[in-house]
Design a protein around this ligand. Structure first.
Ligand SMILES: [Fe+2]
Ligand SMILES: [Fe+2]
Length: 144
């Protein structure tokens, strides 16, 4: 068992109390940990094989993110959540970012993996705190 703690990982303060969303968020964070395994030196540019491994991770991440965003947006729609449009915009921008990062990996202009991991983990954490949490509070309130 790995005792490695990722400081930018899924932390209890990101738990929203909506079980499915919490599970999906944790899964997304765990996927980011795979980035740490592609290269022995996270601070340098990736070679060709490492780039392929990173592109696989990005592709899996995009699939999982799309699935999660769809699930979350459905839940918001069902509860007539007024913040749905903002969420959809943020989700779309994130997928656009992932596509841009993939293109940068393919043309050799990508930042090193340590920065990719930090960017993605920061995005998820900020998004959960600033946009998903208000929805969870709205949903839990309307369920009373
Ligand atoms: Fe979201
Ligand atoms: Fe979310």
């Amino acid at each position: 068992m790995s005792a490695k703690q990722n400081p930018a990982g899924f932390t209890p303060e990101l738990t929203l109390g909506v079980r499915e969303l919490d599970e999906q968020h944790e899964t997304l964070f765990r996927m980011l940990d795979r980035i740490d395994t592609v290269s022995p030196d996270m601070y340098r540019q990736l070679d060709d094989d490492e780039t392929d491994a990173m592109l696989d991770i990005m592709n899996d991440l995009k699939d999982a993110a799309l699935q999660h965003f769809g699930y979350e947006e459905n839940l918001m729609d069902e509860t007539d959540y007024p913040g749905l449009d903002d969420q959809q915009d943020a989700h779309e921008r994130f997928i656009d970012d992932l596509i841009r990062l993939e293109a940068e990996l393919m043309n050799g202009t990508s930042v090193p993996p340590v920065k990719l991991h930090a960017f993605l983990a920061d995005w998820f954490a900020d998004h959960v705190r600033e946009l998903d949490r208000p929805f969870a509070e709205f949903r839990n309130k309307s369920a009373i």
